[in-house]
Design a binder for this molecule. Structure first.
Ligand code: GLU
Length: 369
């Protein structure tokens, strides 16, 4: 059966550790494997890092740039070369590709989010492999995906993919970093991400000099993807031919099972597209009503309001310790909520002087974290 597959490859797999030059053999294998997946009838999206790394190599820089303007300039040099390399190799196999550069703000507005979805779907329909990266040259530092593990999970959520493959420089997740700890145990299957704590998995974030990710970002990417119903695999970038074997059921790498009740498309946007503009601290009754009974949030359950926001912005709903329990779209501004927090719904019209919404966050606009 045809599957929609997102594959993410990082700079540490794409470049040679000693020289920083492109790891051409690996890239050629990735191209070969993805083209095969296409021929088998699957729809494929590649999320590729490497703009900054390749730009550094092109400009003869020996370390990753530190200033923002330098990073942005270097990425502009590298992204073009990266795509050129991919296009040359994919063209040898008659596989068309497209470049899609995203910024975090492209996902915030519902209309732009849906627009991005439609573009991806159209490209896939045309048999194209979109190659995605963050638009590093123009992204504003405070509003970035930050790392491509997260970006790939958000893309997988956006398009409602079946699979996300996070290719990396180790063969799977271990209970500790196998490069430094000989007793590290391999983990083949994760049914629930929260299990990892019980397994005492230490995910140190020692990436390489050139990439920005590590196991921490991979696990948080797996969390995003699995809540969106995407089966997620961490496996080795050097053996991309394993993707096909994994699709056939071979136990290679670490498989994260998707959540049994994944979010629908609109809830995926609320959870993964929107950026919260404030926080509401709830009393324990409201926390239970939302978590256990799937209820809407009413003004009575709000203890504190943090941040400045307008009606229809996204907010985080937190317990009294500040732990996020859900997020959603709010029906009142922060100024209004300061006046009605803790009050009964029937008192709202007399406090505000007008009829407001019945709920502060309606359950249809609310997703559990
Ligand atoms: N977008 C960055 C690049 O192409 C990489 C981000 C990452 O390493 O996760 O260089």
């Amino acid at each position: 059966m045809s599957q929609t597959i997102v594959v993410k490859i990082g700079t540490s797999s794409l470049t040679q550790p000693d020289t920083g030059y492109l790891a051409l053999a690996t890239i050629a294998q990735v191209v070969d494997s993805l083209s095969r997946l296409r021929k088998l009838g699957h729809q494929v999206i590649l999320v590729s890092s490497g703009a900054v790394g390749v730009g550094c190599m092109r400009l003869g820089l020996t370390e990753r740039p530190r200033t923002i303007s330098m990073k942005q300039a270097v990425a502009a040099v590298g992204q073009g070369r990266l795509i050129r390399t991919y296009d040359d190799l994919f063209t040898a196999l008659q596989q068309p590709i497209a470049q899609v550069l995203l910024t975090r703000s492209d996902l915030v507005q519902r209309s732009r989010y849906v627009n991005a979805y439609r573009t991806f779907r159209q490209l896939l329909k045309l048999g194209v492999i979109p190659i995605v990266n963050e638009n590093d040259t123009l992204a504003v530092e405070e509003l970035k995906f930050g790392d491509n593990d997260t970006l790939s999970a958000l893309v997988a959520s956006l398009i409602g993919a079946d699979w996300l493959f996070l290719l990396t420089d180790v063969d799977r997740l271990y209970s500790a970093d196998p490069r430094y700890d000989p007793n590290a145990r391999p983990i083949a299957l994760v049914n629930q991400i929260d299990e990892l704590e019980a397994l005492h998995v230490e995910v140190g974030d020692r990436g390489t000099n050139w990439g920005t990710g590590g196991m921490v970002t991979k696990i948080s990417a797996a969390r995003i993807a699995t809540t969106a119903g995407v089966r997620t695999v961490i496996t080795e970038g050097r053996s991309p031919q394993n993707i096909e074997k994994i699709l056939q059921g071979e136990a290679i790498g670490t498989l994260f099972e998707p959540q049994p009740q994944p979010f629908n498309a609109r809830k995926r946007w609320i959870a993964h597209g929107l950026l919260p503009a404030g926080k509401l601290y709830l009393d324990s009754g409201a926390v239970n009503a939302i978590r256990q009974a799937g209820k809407s949030l009413l003004a009575a359950g709000i203890k504190e309001v943090e941040g400045e926001f307008q009606s229809q912005d996204a907010v985080q709903l937190c317990d009294s310790r500040g732990q996020e329990i859900a997020r959603g779209i709010v029906n009142y501004s922060s100024v209004e909520l300061q006046k009605i927090r803790g009050c009964r719904s029937e008192d709202i019209p007399s406090i505000l002087g007008y009829e407001g919404a019945e709920t502060v966050v309606h359950r249809d606009n609310l997703v559990l974290s």
